[in-house]
Ligand binder design. Sequence first.
Ligand code: SF4
Length: 50
Amino acid sequence: MTNINCAENCIHQKNGKCQLTHISIVSEVRDSKCAYFQAREAPGTAGKPK
Ligand code: SF4
């Protein structure tokens, strides 16, 4: 399980943590977006049924 702190508006981020499990090499997330960044469609719509 990863334990990466992240505050990006990314679909993999939840509660300030990266939930992406296949990252094993990333040790820190800098100001620039990480290689796995995927923007959420829109604020407030994540997790809602379509
Ligand atoms: S994939 Fe990258 S940008 Fe997205 S939550 Fe994880 S560390 Fe942050």
